[in-house]
Ligand binder design. Sequence first.
Ligand code: NAD
Length: 359
Amino acid sequence: MIGSFTFENLPCRVVFGSGTLASAKAEVERLGGTRALVLTTPQQEAQGKSLGAALGALYAGLFSEATMHTPVDVTERALAAMKAWDADCVVSLGGGSTTGLGKALALRTGINQLCIPTTYAGSEMTPIVGQTENGLKTTVRDAAILPETVIYDVDLTLTLPASLAATSGINAIAHAVEALYARDANPVTSLMAEEGIRALARALPAIAAKADDREARTEALYGAWLCGVCLGTVGMALHHKLCHTLGGTFDLPHAETHTIVLPHALAYNALAVPDAMARISRAIGAADASHGLFELAKRLGAKTALRDVGMPENGIEKAADLAVTNAYWNPRPLDRNAIRDLIARAWAGEPPGAVEPAA
Ligand code: NAD
């Protein structure tokens, strides 16, 4: 049965396909840009330079220092480069780290962004940026942060190693999973969520088996886009809060942390969200959603234990305390001891726990 709901469509132009990078110049012109600052990580600098060459007279320069978690000092250096080169738009080419830098510049200057994502993180579809200063990560939501245009080019994702594709893809699935039980869930976002999970759950094993499987890479990128829309459209809950806390406190890798925590966070919420569980199960083709996601990660060769990505065992209690410090909405009330058990299982790499009745 469909009840009352609010749905807000975020204004973003999407160009999707293979070879779509060739439209970057036309898309910059469409945005009214005349001098584009290209952003990349150091690892993707060469790609940034060839994009600059393709932009021709519209190319103002390259800033290739984008870093995970958007450190404010890096943003300030990029801001100085933007001013020195008199840039009037940014083109970010890369994963969530590069997208984050473009967003941080837009937040400060209102500059237009053309975003060209090369992972499945989904940041390009959200008006949110997380920035770090003095070891503290804070999140800002503002309409100016949302990129105006996004070019998805499957060709750029072919170089994403299968291991990164796996964890980045499950990071995307996590957005859709929490969208299905969001407080502001709605039928339209839920359609996208289920389709996004289905596409990724089908594509990721095919990519693991054959890294240059174009059809699978296309389906994965399509799924990642849908999951990104979910993240930008509705609120997230326990899983995202836990990953944010764990990542920030123990400096854990973003996508791998999401991959490890997701089955456990979902098991915690399972009894409170039967409809979401049924839709996720259907989308991944498994009898149980949380065990199905755990098995998917294992099948993809992803790590399944927080201890294997650098979390110390004595961090379990601290993480449990932090996870319940600031109240936030979750379909099942926050129970410190149950959350501690969830984290302990994820730390050890055990399968998601038996679901206890909601407190
Ligand atoms: P990332 O951007 O840090 O990329 C990881 C590494 O892979 C980098 O070295 C990058 O250069 C490289 N890489 C990217 N694409 C590649 C490709 N196609 N081929 C080869 N190498 C490639 O990782 P990520 O997981 O995409 O992003 C993580 C960051 O994004 C975190 O800081 C996270 O907080 C942020 N994020 C923000 C949001 C949001 O809505 N604000 C959403 C998701 C993620």
